[in-house]
Structure formats: structure tokens, C-alpha cells
Design a protein around this ligand. Structure first.
Ligand SMILES: [Zn+2]
Length: 477
């Protein structure tokens, strides 16, 4: 039995949500009319000089601090030379030997416990323009994206499976969303991912050459590409051959990767110091200012939820798995003033709905305030749990308020003992056999009788009160 170990490293590009582009005053916005947010600097016209945007550096430092990196003392930019139609300068302003952030890590939760995925670096660079390939075979160029600030996050090859890669990317995306430095939307290209992968045959100590899979645009594609490559690399080892050091592209339709080109050496890019930008010193006070202004991160929030709301670790991690969900939960808890009740409803009914419809929370027809109104009915015993679940479904479908639905359909729970007593007497009278069965120890008969009570009250009987009264009456009978 051979034993193989898969090594995966990720390179993740994240577009920063700054007001302006990285080196000019043009607006940084997605979806504007092509070539409207451009100027001589970001078009790369001769003689135009770049000026570093402060906000872009602050956002990048924030990411570095969130991922436990060491921040470099001086910002030094380099030119990375290569030809691309959407890169009119013939070089990209990036960082080579002195990345802004070094080292660092991000922890993922595995079944066997937390695992640290170490980072190699985070550097800053500008984005290129965008090529749009039309149906008639021509290519259009849009330079709105040219000069948009990016961070490139490079991990060490600490990821050993497609599942670990997915967990890592989710945690990374979530953390950046909490930070608010990017909207990290893969479908709009503000988060892009490359995969580096190879496989080691641990017994014979042979390793395959690294393949790089470029421009994966969904987490699903990352998972599929890793699984496909893993198989391809293991097959090579089993045939006694090896893979080539190359760059490949993932085809979403076939689920396969195909060769793009043999891999570049770093030296092919002829990195050289970008003399148009003077090095900027990063003072310790500036880093401290940024650190102080940083919002709460997922792990901190999780610990606070456990402390403030007495949640267990599992519930706290689920409720902080996205920024949106954690804010929703907190607002709901403040309104209902019952952390446990709020957690139960968010974790079961709300999350189930999101999963069923494959939606984000913001796409759901529900505000914390609207749900709080419903939970107040539950808390005060005016509506029982099952009825409330039905009301929520209707709220989500129609957008109507809990109060409207409950009033219109007369769903207020029957707590009145006289009314319940009347119904229970009837049920006992009509179901003598079940009453006998229960007396003879058949517990299931009680469930049947309760069912009859619910049927007669259209589900509105207070289940606890009715249950108690039913047993009392049978015992006295
Ligand atoms: Zn510009």
C-alpha cells in the first residue's frame, strides 16, 4: 500500500475596496461604464507618475495584522515586467523581495482539532485592465480595473486536501469581510485564487513537480481542480513518471485541467526597483493606530459570544461564520433579550432556509426586527413553537409581519384551561380505546390523544398545559 501526501499552496488575489485607485485619483468602482474611470497614470501614458494611496496601504496592513503577519518597516515597490494587452506600461507595479507583510498564519477547524496554515507573505500590487472577449472573436479592453489596489496572499504548502483548501478559503474570505477591506466576491473578481499542487510518495520519497492552476473563480472549482490534479499526480507516480512544472487552466465544463504554458521563472519577470515611488517608512505609531481601529474578527467574536451569551463553542462558531449572520444574531438577541432562544431560531430555521434556497442572508426576506416580533409571541407563550415555525415560513414567502399573519389567521395559543378542558373531555369521550391503552402502559396512545387535541384546536393548544391536563384527567377517570 503506497502512501501519498498532497501539498497545496494557494495564491489569493484580493481587490481592496478603497475609494481611489492605488497610484492615481481615479475612482475604484466595479461595474462603471468601460473606460470612464481612467487617467494618464492608470492608462500608463508616458511621463505620468504614480503616487501611493494611503488607504490602500492601511487596508493591506490591516489584513497583515488580522493574519498575524510581521509588517515590513519600509514600503518598497518593484516593477514586474511582462507583456499583456491590458497592461500598457509593459510592467505591473508589485513587490518582489520586500513584501509588506511577512509570515503569519490562519487557523482552520478540522474534526481532529485546529490546524495552522502558515502564510509566506502578503504583498501589495496594482490590478491590470480587463480583456473582454466578444462572440465575434474580437477582444475589447476596459481600463477601469487598471491600477485598482490588490493584495496577494501566498500560503506555504500546508494544505493537504481539497477540504482543507475550502475551509481555509472560507475562513480567509470571512475574515476579510469582517475587516471590511474588500467585498471578496469571486463572481465579480474581487477574490481570485491560484492553486499550486504536488504530491509526495512518502515511502519512496519521490515528489512530483508543482503544477499551478490559474484563475479559479469559485470555491467549488478550487476543490474540483485540486481533486483532479491530485489524481493526475498520483497516476504519474504510479506509472513511474513525473508531472511537468507547468501552468494549467481548469475547465469548469469538463472538470479537467489543461496545459496553458510551461512555468515562468521569477527571473523572467526582470523585477527591478520602481524608482518612480520613493520608499515610504512605516512608523510603529501608524501600525498601532491601524490596529486600534480594526473591527472585531471572527475568532474574537466567537469567544465573546461564548462569554456574553453563554453559547457553547459549536453554536458560537456557527453564528460567527459570516459577518452578516453574526450581526443579525446580535441585533436579534438585543431585541428579544434571550440569547438561547435567538440562537436556536437562527441556527435551525433561518440557516436551514438559507441552505435550502442557496441564498445569502441579505437575500432573505427577513430582518432581525421582524423575527424578534415573532419570537416575542413565542417567549410570552401566545403562540406555540410549531405554529411559530409555520408563521415564519409564511413571513419569508409573503414578507408580511408576524403580527399580521397571527391576527389574520387567529393563531394565538389557547392557554385558557376551561377551553382546553372542554376539548380534552371531548377527545377522551371519543377515544375510549386509546385511553384504555394508555392506562395499560402504551405510551404511544398519549401521542395519539394529543394529536386529536391539536387537530380540534387547529394546532393552537398550549402543548405543555394540554399534556398535563390530559394526563390528570385520565388518571382521575
Ligand atoms: Zn487613473
Amino acid at each position: 500500500m503506497m502512501s501519498y501526501k498532497t501539498l497545496v499552496g494557494l495564491e489569493i488575489h484580493v481587490e481592496l475596496m478603497t475609494e481611489r485607485k492605488m497610484f492615481c485619483n481615479c475612482k475604484n468602482e466595479f461595474g462603471a461604464m468601460p473606460n470612464t474611470n481612467v487617467c494618464p497614470v492608470c492608462l500608463g501614458l508616458p511621463g505620468a507618475l504614480p503616487v501611493m494611496d494611503k488607504e490602500a496601504v492601511e487596508y493591506a496592513i490591516m489584513a497583515g495584522l488580522a493574519f498575524n503577519c510581521e509588517i515590513e518597516k519600509t514600503i518598497i515597490m518593484d516593477r514586474k515586467s511582462y507583456f499583456y494587452p491590458d497592461l500598457t506600461k509593459g510592467y505591473q507595479i508589485s513587490q518582489s523581495d520586500f513584501p509588506l507583510c511577512k509570515g503569519g498564519f490562519l487557523e482552520i477547524d478540522l474534526d481532529e482539532g485546529p490546524k495552522k496554515i502558515r502564510l509566506e507573505r502578503i504583498h501589495i500590487e496594482e490590478d491590470t485592465g480587463k480583456q473582454i472577449h466578444t462572440e465575434n472573436g474580437t477582444t475589447l479592453l476596459d481600463f477601469n480595473r487598471s491600477g485598482v489596489p490588490l493584495i496577494e496572499i501566498v500560503t506555504k504548502p500546508d494544505i493537504n486536501s481539497s477540504e482543507e483548501a475550502r475551509l481555509f478559503l472560507e475562513k480567509l474570505k470571512n475574515t476579510i469581510k469582517y475587516l471590511g477591506v474588500s467585498d471578496v466576491k469571486m463572481e465579480e473578481g474581487s477574490l481570485r485564487c491560484d492553486v499550486n499542487i504536488n504530491v509526495i510518495d512518502e515511502e519512496r520519497n519521490i515528489r512530483t513537480n508543482i503544477s499551478e492552476i490559474k484563475n479559479l473563480n469559485s470555491f467549488k472549482s478550487v476543490v474540483k481542480a485540486i481533486e483532479y490534479e491530485q489524481k493526475r499526480h498520483i497516476e504519474a507516480l504510479e506509472n513511474g513518471s513525473n508531472t511537468d512544472k507547468e501552468t494549467r487552466r481548469f475547465n469548469e465544463l469538463t472538470g479537467e485541467t489543461i496545459l496553458m504554458r510551461k512555468k515562468f521563472q521569477a527571473s523572467d519577470y526582470r523585477y527591478q526597483f520602481e524608482a518612480d515611488l520613493t520608499p515610504i517608512e512605516i512608523k510603529e505609531e501608524w501600525i498601532n493606530e491601524i490596529r486600534t481601529a480594526m473591527p472585531e474578527l471572527p475568532d474574537q467574536k466567537k469567544r465573546r459570544f461564548m462569554k456574553d451569551y453563554k453559547l457553547n463553542e459549536y453554536d458560537a462558531s456557527i453564528l460567527t461564520q459570516s459577518k452578516e449572520l453574526s450581526f443579525f444574531y446580535e441585533e436579534l438577541t438585543d431585541l428579544v433579550n434571550d440569547a438561547k432562544l435567538a440562537a436556536n431560531w437562527v441556527m435551525t430555521d433561518v440557516l436551514r432556509r438559507l441552505k435550502e434556497e442557496d441564498k445569502e442572508l441579505s437575500q432573505l426576506n427577513l430582518t432581525p426586527k421582524a423575527l424578534a416580533e415573532l419570537l416575542d409571541y413565542v417567549k410570552s407563550g401566545k403562540v406555540n413553537n410549531n405554529t411559530a415555525k409555520k408563521v415564519l415560513r409564511e413571513m419569508l414567502e409573503t414578507g408580511e409581519s408576524a403580527k399580521n399573519i397571527i391576527d389574520k389567521q387567529g393563531l394565538i395559543q389557547i392557554n385558557d384551561e376551561e377551553e382546553l378542558s372542554r376539548v380534552i373531555d371531548e377527545v377522551i369521550k371519543d377515544n375510549q380505546q386509546s385511553v384504555e391503552d394508555f392506562k395499560n402502559g402504551k405510551d404511544r396512545a398519549l401521542g395519539y390523544l394529543m394529536g386529536q387535541i391539536m387537530k380540534k384546536t387547529k394546532g393552537k393548544a398550549n402543548p405543555n398545559t394540554a399534556n398535563k391536563m390530559l394526563i390528570d384527567k385520565i388518571n382521575k377517570n
